[in-house]
Design a protein around this ligand. Sequence first.
Ligand code: ADP
Ligand code: MG
Ligand code: ZN
Length: 761
Amino acid sequence: MDKYGILKKYFGYSEFREGQELLIDSILSGRDVLGIMPTGAGKSLCYQVPALLLPGITLIISPLISLMKDQVQALNQAGIHAAYINSSLSESQISKALRLAAAGQYKMIYAAPERLETYEFLQFALQAEISMLTVDEAHCISQWGQDFRPSYLKIVRFIRQLPVRPVLSAFTATATEKVKEDISCVLGLDRPQILVTGFDRKNLYFAVETPRKKDDYVLSYIKEHREESGIIYCATRKNVDTLYEKLISEGIAAAKYHAGLSADERKQNQEDFIYDKSPVMAATNAFGMGIDKSNVRYVIHYNMPQSIENYYQEAGRAGRDGERAECILLYSAQDVVVNRFLLENKEPGAEQTQEEMDAVREMDGQRLRAMTYYCMTSGCLREYILRYFGERGPDRCENCLNCAREYEQTDITETAAKIISGILEVRQRYGINVIAGMLAGENRAKLREYGVFDYESYGRLKDMREIEIKMIITQMLTQGLLAVTNDKYALLKVPPAAYEVLREERRVIYKKPKEDLSKTDGRTSSGSRVRKSDILNSKGLELFERLRALRTEIAREESIPPYLIFSDKVLVDMCVKAPLNKGEMMKVSGVGEYKYERYGGRFLKVLAEFNNGVREKFYFGDTGEPVSAFSGYGAGAPKVKKKDFMLTDTQAAAFPYQDQYLAAEIAEKLNELRDARTVKKTSGAEIFRRMQAAEYAGEEKKNGRWKRYISEKGKKAGLFIGMRMSRTGTEYEDIYYNKKAQSMIVEMFTEEHVQSNRKSF
Ligand code: ADP
Ligand code: MG
Ligand code: ZN
């Protein structure tokens, strides 16, 4: 059987996702790989598929017991023999597992790094045929990662002791340059195939809301999403406790999780959540690492986290199944104050020098500021996050609150002038909190302490909410009408351009959300929200509930989490395709041979009963085409399955060459040439990834910001740096492609080339 057969038979999928094939092929050809892909992208498959094709055993190092258990259960569910060896097993269970492993019973064995150096394990490893060693969550090996685990360093010593060096594969969702380097160097990867896929998670909807009463917001949200599972992250244990009490008193089946609970309570509550007994989880950020629950439909942040890194990681626990999910951040100005306090009182690392401590503080401050700006931007939220991670997304994603919201342009020159005067009046010595508080006429202890009541500017904008003033300040920052010092104090400064505003030589335009800010207490309705209710009609939803009930029943019988049987996404696809026999059932995405044998009959029975043997249509849209649920952004219109982007020779010949193009422009021209009915679009990001793969260009961090650069090779190929102007009028550098480079790219995407490339693997 080849990799496609394995994919269908065991996992029930008919196509690989972006990047998976490249890594699988590299492993199979004996080359080390490093896969950097966002949460939910499907990293596990990248080593599980080759593990089944390689002659010997694959050893997978994983940091957490819960992760191992989840993965092994999922594999067993798919009919694959796998085992884990960790401290949750007794001595005799371990001996037995190792005996079976030595006898070739398992293709995959999961272990924690601590296990590697135990005598018994080593004895096993020295005799077994180990084809591959996989390091999952590989960022744990780096001191620069957020979850450094010293025991990960044992992996290296372990590999050295093996008689034959296995192929190494490492996977993580952390993409910073330092971590990437550490993984490669510390693990000693040999000229690895590195793959970095885009960080965009198209199925996640992003929103920042500023409700007056967060509790009311959360309650009404949960009530609107009764049947769905979600996580509410709070900043402190106390927040968690209070919110939890409230949810319970409202009759909501919730669980809670934080470091103040006993280990037993934590374990129990986590399981209740995973098994959908308590679909809602109120938790601090202690919760989540190692939770692979695929049907989390929303993640609400009750408080603003300390960095975009944290936010994206936590929010990213929503929608791992690829189905539509929502990430909502509830922002209030108080969050910034709390976070700043927490950062300033952070325990210094054990042997940190004053200098290192200052550097860390400064980084923390910058991260917090970027997070705060996220909460106040009126631009596309997804674009903001992607840009933070050094990727360029589309200007508008049409799948976030800001893209859905309507804005009106208002002339706020007068307000802007008052803000600028206020900053000048206090001699540019304060940050955004003090300035906004002062102008709004707030009466906080901190403001009293600074004596801002005595300034003329105090209360000068008292008709406005403080948060609105902050939003205006944030927009003025992006327009270059204000500046901020690059230290932990982040003092607001007045650049020359601002004086033009004071002299009334320049108007200031503000993009204001159409609904009044003061009215955003409840939920703001947003544009495109794709849920199963947008895909399935009412009859379809009824069917979905039936199938779900069956899934719960089976989950009880077998004591496994429901999503390990079939994810929600699979059930939706089942409703859409409404299969009546085995052949049709096997076409449902996520139904493999083994699962069919185990569960297919029972699901078919329910379907047949519901259908009365006659197939009806259970979804909206009348294309009659096969539907793949939840693809891409926005509306849930059924879509035909399409091939990856590719041009025929004739199409390629029509490319409109020009002296220079940006990658996004090339993508646009290429897309116009393709056969839109059968071929997917390409993107500027995809082109850049190919340039990276060919080592023509790359990304590096400079002064804390990601910058793209061109290699010598890239310059020869016709890539060059040019200036661009952003929408807000600031100039920045970007990569352009001359005619020579354009024709190289066109060639990369033409059919013949793509195919000959395939063959060479
Ligand atoms: P990661 O480890 O990258 O966070 P996982 O390996 O846990 O992600 O995969 C996330 C989800 O994506 C799983 O439910 C998995 O079954 C699904 N998945 C992986 N590869 C494919 C594929 N080729 N087609 C459809 N679904 C896939
Ligand atoms: Mg994973
Ligand atoms: Zn957007």
